[in-house]
Design a protein around this ligand. Structure first.
Ligand SMILES: [Zn+2]
Length: 409
């Protein structure tokens, strides 16, 4: 049966001017028409199922590039991850992917969850056993012995060990490789201001991943770690916090490297909405976590943007206060704090992030032939980016997940 979706306007995800009085026609899970309501060719038949949202906006499903499906997002997230069983993690994961899909995330990359949990969960979503977004997964992140997120399960120190770990993740079915190139705030005692790996080791990981047709996303807070990742040819920088080695300095932003990131087309996931969620929900800075200066941080991100760096939309969902249905805060913070245009933030959330993940042929924009991953939000997000919080209807690969406010999963 054909599905016809109608709303006051359509944003296709490419940054093109919105289409007024728009319609999208879906058949067998694919988009067959992107048009205006008066020009529908094939949809207006008696058997067409039609969803009409007056005042609404059609747009591509959100692409979330950074989750940890088995982390609890609660104040006790670290205690949970270090004490709970894989069975409990799996139940958390089922809830997480359902929450993400319910908020309009139709494609999601998990950037670090235990192998015995994430691979069966991905398969269960593909098999329709549990509802969730299309998933790309890294499995366990690769970290040093005792390093950031070592409790997830893959520790590797030397270049040979790291290459072996890349192959292990490939063998388990990973779509991406995640490397922890510096310490992280989530893991007490690891040093966020220092690299965990030298360039040579990261380079070995990147080369072996590329041989296997995989790409590498690297967690990096310290500036020295950011530089190592760029020099090693990492494909996707996570956080990219530019933290100085000296805590009194806070940041050590390197504009030469920012230009190199832009030039090389390396995608950056700055996880920039986390601070807002902590503000909203209240979180005391954990002992040992680095001081931050949010105003300076956003100034740096805006400078990177102006230099042409490609930003993608990751929440780091599962970390304290970052829930799996919080996606809309990412484009909202981009607009409110980086001061980019709503349309630019929407393109980051859809086309650019799909391109980063290597799935742009399949999703990320509303174009004929692509999978029908379509949202209708109430209102006009080009005028008010917070409209993205009000997802009225959700279609994932042609299946209606939410219809005129009613969740069907
Ligand atoms: Zn993370």
């Amino acid at each position: 049966m054909r599905l016809v979706l109608k709303a006051d306007r359509l944003i296709d995800g490419t940054g093109a001017v919105p289409v007024e009085n728009a319609a999208v026609v879906v058949e067998s899970g694919r988009i067959t028409e992107v048009t205006t309501q008066d020009r529908i060719q094939t949809g207006e038949r008696d058997d067409a199922d039609t969803v009409t949202v007056p005042g609404g906006t059609l747009m591509p499903g959100f692409i979330e590039v950074h989750t940890h499906i088995h982390c609890s997002a609660q104040a006790d997230a670290y205690r949970h991850i270090t004490t709970e069983s894989n069975e409990t993690f799996l139940m958390r994961g089922v809830q997480a992917v359902r929450a993400a899909l319910s908020s309009g995330v139709t494609t999601m990359r998990d950037l670090g969850s235990r192998n015995p949990v994430i691979f069966p969960l991905k398969q269960a979503v593909e098999d329709g056993i549990v509802p969730g977004p299309r998933m790309l997964v890294a499995g366990t992140p690769i970290t040093t012995t005792g390093g950031h997120c070592n409790m997830f399960g893959t520790e590797a120190d030397t270049s040979d060990e790291v290459v072996a770990a890349v192959r292990g993740q490939f063998k388990s079915g990973a779509d991406w490789i995640k490397v922890m190139s510096t310490g992280g705030g989530f893991t007490p005692g690891t040093n966020v201001r220092a690299p965990q790996y030298p360039v040579e080791t990261l380079k070995a990981a990147v080369q072996d991943a590329e041989r296997l047709n995989l790409r590498v996303a690297a967690h990096c807070h310290a500036s020295a770690g950011v530089r190592n990742c760029v020099d090693a040819g990492v494909h996707n920088l996570i956080h990219c916090s530019w933290l100085a080695e000296d805590p009194d300095e806070l940041y050590d932003y390197d504009t030469d490297y920012a230009d190199m990131i832009a030039e090389a087309g390396i995608y950056v996931d700055p996880t920039l909405a986390l601070g807002r969620l902590n503000q909203l929900r209240g979180r005391v800075r954990p002992l040992g976590a680095p001081e931050r200066d949010p105003a300076r941080r956003f100034e740096i991100l805006r400078d990177m943007w102006d230099r042409g760096v490609k930003f993608v939309t990751g929440m780091d969902a599962g970390m304290t206060n970052a829930n799996f249905d919080d996606f809309a805060y990412i484009p909202q913070v981009m607009v409110e704090e980086m001061h980019i245009a709503p349309m630019e933030a929407i393109v980051c959330s859809t086309q650019t992030s799909a391109d980063c993940l290597g799935v742009l042929d399949e999703t990320g924009t509303l174009e004929v032939g692509k999978a029908a991953d379509v949202l209708i939000v109430d209102g006009n997000p080009v005028e008010d980016i917070t409209a993205l919080h009000n997802v009225n209807s959700i279609v994932k690969q042609g299946a209606v997940v939410k219809r005129e406010g009613e969740l069907l999963i």
